[in-house]
Design a protein around this ligand. Structure first.
Ligand SMILES: [Zn+2]
Length: 123
């Protein structure tokens, strides 16, 4: 892997999925398998991390590396088809970018007659 030794340390900010503690992680250490500073469980970044209303803004605002966000909904066929590609992206960009999924809550299923759902329909 190529590394630029002059680069300023880039950090990413993610919340531990086990104890909900926020962690600042050096991007160069992502491949080595970072652990939560509080509970010492692994922070898994080879798969996309799930973001919700609470974690979305902070994760994006406080990460120095790019954050790729897949806006995903369970009721969306194209979303499900893209899931393997999003998984592959996460593994591919480890340490250079953060892959995440912003999951649309089940309650927000679109009204089939709404303008928004017509815009989002695929032929
Ligand atoms: Zn933890």
């Amino acid at each position: 892997m190529e590394t630029d030794t002059k680069a300023v340390a880039q950090k990413l900010t993610v919340r531990c999925q086990f104890c909900n503690t926020w962690n600042r992680i050096d991007a160069t250490r992502v491949i080595a398998g970072p652990k939560c500073g509080k509970c010492a469980k692994p922070i898994l970044l080879e798969r996309p991390i799930a973001l919700d209303d609470e974690t979305f803004t902070r994760t994006i605002n406080e990460s120095d590396i790019p954050v790729a966000v897949d806006f995903y909904a369970d009721w969306c066929g194209p979303c499900r088809m893209m899931a393997p590609a999003v998984d592959a992206l996460a593994a591919h960009v480890q340490g250079k970018a953060l892959s995440s999924i912003r999951i649309t809550p089940p309650g927000s299923l679109p009204d089939s007659t709404s303008a928004a759902s017509r815009r989002l329909s695929y032929s």
